[in-house]
Design a binder for this molecule. Structure first.
Ligand code: CAA
Length: 692
């Protein structure tokens, strides 16, 4: 039974038990409607407590049911039944009350919560809006401004804050059911009037707030439909009584749910969870204890990695070559955490205490007790090999030795350590303390428990961890290299950096590739190109625009000029000098420039990546298309509302992609565009990466 109804004296108890997160499946909705009817009909029952078994209160609608026809009773009917009851209904909350779960709680007449509970309406993250009265009741209960923020951002809040803004009536300690029964008795004894949230008035002090919020969201969440519709829905709460407002809200929600963005965002939700499960690695694989971590290399990357750990309470030994670089790294950490102090979310004492958990040192002897070492030194095989040879000796047996390399062969490093089973890749993305992606890389000899441990560590430091096999660039950078290659060819053939940047910006990336290159540094790109020289084709060697910019000292933002020029506020302006350089380059290469339309640019850039993704799947470097999509959405800015490159390919149809690849194979060269056998097979069978 998903819902049981019991009685304790004059109090009815409806207990939801639907593991793992008590989602509002059809069975739960039916069970709750029945429980409410029983409570209403039973003269002995004077009040009802709604509580959940297991680890959490209801964490929302059952997302797996979306996209299928909804079966009655709908959540909307359930919340109406709850609210209109004449007996006091009390929601007793632990864990997370999210989405439809919070909507159920809002329809109850009282809400109590444990101090550890969290409450939120995260629907916007799934590309929809709360469609069971959430946008109508929340503003009535906590005010329009606070509700707008919670609903459009989708973040949950702790119980204490929920109490402060009037979302919960009481925070209770101890055993929740006992506390809920005591609360119910008190409500009855005091004859407290039933307060129906839907009968309150949602007042708005600044009517311009809706337009202002929409304008801000259009910038902050560019391209996303749901945040805009969330604002429209909240506005309805100030214009209509609850019944009409809820009906209109439901229509807005259904419209979003049927759209392509929500389908992609739901895919993103499941992709994030799917990638945590490593095929072939049983769930009960033992994990090694990770209580202390060492980071080798206090540069920008090492500093960010160290922050990831100290932010979750894991102390870090930070190893550098000399004191000044260590001091600089600590200074950067202080500055980054300092912004929390400035915002008031952290005290100076807490900051000092956190920094005190870093032990800066130049001595490898300090590594003798650490459980995990992450090497983040200069991207050079000889330098890294030297570090790994030292690590093999300096650490205790069983300590995991990880490298943050972006493209070097970790199997070579593994051998140098003398302990290849302990060696693994942990590829962070800059800035490591901000970016959600962590590409863990499985070497030929990496032990299963090492893999299981680094996947778990990824979760502990709040990353989306994806497992990749060894290859040049792993999943993300390998695909990116194909996109960058096409960009260079397009520049040679007639496009400009700003045209290409705009095409990808319009596609949904936050920045185009040449703006990114200027930000990261042309010198960095040049060094990477040199390091990978032997892997590049003849045409790529000749497409040497990066080398020419580098020779001119145009390193990007740091020198005020790269592809673009920059003013002192780092505002980018297309530079005619770059255009001249490219025109001269095309002429020298004997290429007649032509006008290239945006469609060709988009297809060549994105389809080259998709084709490489298919090869990555074929080779088993990524176990599933989910892994590729999770990498691109969490580490490379692929718009979530398009679901990642492999999902996107399925949406436009693999046949379309296949035919375009054939066309560009003819036009640019089979060497660059020949469809991968997997992509060809799926396309010709009318299948997709996800519907094999
Ligand atoms: N529906 C279906 N399955 C769900 C689910 C949901 N709402 N929420 C979580 N799950 C599943 C996950 O897919 C996962 O399944 P597997 O073990 O098979 O991978 C399992 O429950 C555990 O989830 P997590 O791994 O995420 O567990 P966690 O402890 O890290 O986090 C959580 C728990 C905070 C509840 C998190 O799962 C979460 O944020 N869930 C989504 C909440 C949400 O978005 N709710 C709103 C739904 S939309 C809605 O309610 C619509 C409406 O009003 C009309």
């Amino acid at each position: 039974m998903s819902v049981t109804f019991t009685k304790r004296g004059r109090i009815g108890i409806a207990t939801v038990d639907n593991p793992p997160v008590n989602a509002l499946s059809h069975a739960v909705r039916s069970g709750l409607v029945e429980a409410v009817a029983k409570a209403d009909a039973d003269p002995e029952v004077k009040a009802l407590v709604l509580i959940c078994a297991g680890r959490t209160f209801i964490a929302g609608a059952d997302i797996r049911e979306f996209g299928r026809p909804l079966e009655a009773p709908l959540l909307n009917n359930l919340v109406d039944d709850l609210e209109k009851s004449t007996k006091p209904f009390i929601a007793a909350i632990h864990g997370t009350a999210l989405g439809g779960g919070l909507e159920v709680a809002l329809a109850c007449h009282f809400r109590i919560a444990l101090p550890t509970a969290r409450l939120g309406l995260p629907e916007v993250k799934l590309g929809i809006l709360p469609g069971a009265g959430g946008t109508q009741r929340l503003p009535r209960l906590i005010g329009v401004e606070a509700a707008l923020q919670m609903i459009t951002e989708g973040n949950d809040i702790p119980a204490a804050k929920a109490k402060a803004i009037g979302l919960v009536d009481e925070i209770v300690e101890g055993e929740l059911l006992m506390a809920a029964l005591a609360f119910a008795e008190k409500v009855l004894d005091e004859n407290r009037p039933i307060r129906r949230t839907g009968e309150l008035i949602a007042k708005v002090e600044n009517p311009a707030i809706f337009d202002e919020t929409k304008a801000a969201l259009a910038k902050r969440q560019r391209g996303f439909l749901a945040p805009q519709k969330c604002v429209d829905a909240v506005k309805l709460s100030t214009e209509y009584p609850i019944a009409e407002g809820s009906k209109l809200e439901y229509e807005l929600c259904i419209g979003l749910m049927r759209g392509s963005q929500s389908k992609a965002q739901r895919h993103a939700f499941f992709a994030e969870r799917e990638v945590a499960k490593v095929p072939g690695l049983p769930d009960d694989t033992a994990v090694r204890d990770v209580k202390t971590v060492a980071v080798i290399g206090p540069g920008a990357m090492g500093t960010g990695i160290a922050l990831c750990f100290i932010n979750v309470g894991i102390p870090v030994v930070l190893v550098g070559l000399d004191q000044p670089t260590l001091d600089k790294s600590i200074g950067t950490m202080r500055k980054i955490l300092g912004s929390n102090v400035a915002k008031g979310s952290m005290t100076q004492e807490a900051l000092d205490a956190r920094i005190a958990t870093v032990t800066p040192t130049t001595d490898y002897a300090a590594l003798k007790d650490v459980d995990l070492v992450i090497e983040a030194v200069f991207e050079d095989m000889a330098v890294k090999k030297d570090v790994f040879a030292k690590l093999g000796n300096a650490t205790k047996p069983g300590a995991i030795l990880a490298t943050n390399t972006s493209y070097l062969n970790i199997d070579e490093l593994a051998e140098t350590s003398g302990r290849p089973a302990d060696v693994v890749g942990m590829h962070f993305f800059n800035p490591a303390n901000v970016m959600r992606l962590l590409e863990n890389v499985r070497g030929a000899k990496t032990a299963p428990d090492v893999l299981a441990t680094v996947m778990k560590v990824g979760k502990t430091i709040k990353k989306v961890s994806v497992l990749s096999g060894v290859c040049d660039g792993f999943i993300g950078n390998r695909m990116l290299a194909k996109r960058s290659r096409e960009g260079m060819f397009l520049l040679e053939e007639g496009a400009t950096p700003w045209q290409i940047d705009k095409v990808l910006y319009d596609f949904g990336f936050a920045m185009g590739p040449y703006q990114v290159a200027d930000l990261a540094g042309i010198d960095v790109q040049y060094a990477a190109r040199q390091a990978r020289w032997n892997l590049l084709s003849d045409r790529e060697h000749k497409a040497n625009i990066v080398d020419q910019l580098f020779a001119l000292g145009r390193y990007g933002q740091k020198t005020g000029a790269g592809y673009y020029t920059y003013d002192d506020k780092r505002k980018a302006t297309p530079d005619p000098a770059t255009e001249q350089l490219i025109l001269k380059h095309s002429a020298a290469r004997g290429i007649t420039r032509r006008k290239i339309d945006d469609t060709e640019i988009r297809e060549r850039l994105i389809y080259a990546m998709i084709n490489e993704g298919a090869k990555i799947l074929e080779e088993g470097v990524a176990a599933r298309p989910y892994d590729i999509d999770a990498v691109w959405m969490n580490g490379f800015g692929f718009p979530t509302y398009l679901g990642g490159p492999m999902f996107y390919a399925d949406e436009i149809g693999l046949k379309t992609v296949y035919e375009a690849l054939l066309k560009y194979s003819e036009q640019v060269g089979a060497e660059f565009f020949e469809p991968s056998p997997l992509l060809k097979k799926l396309a010709l069978e009318g299948k997709g990466f996800y519907s094999k």
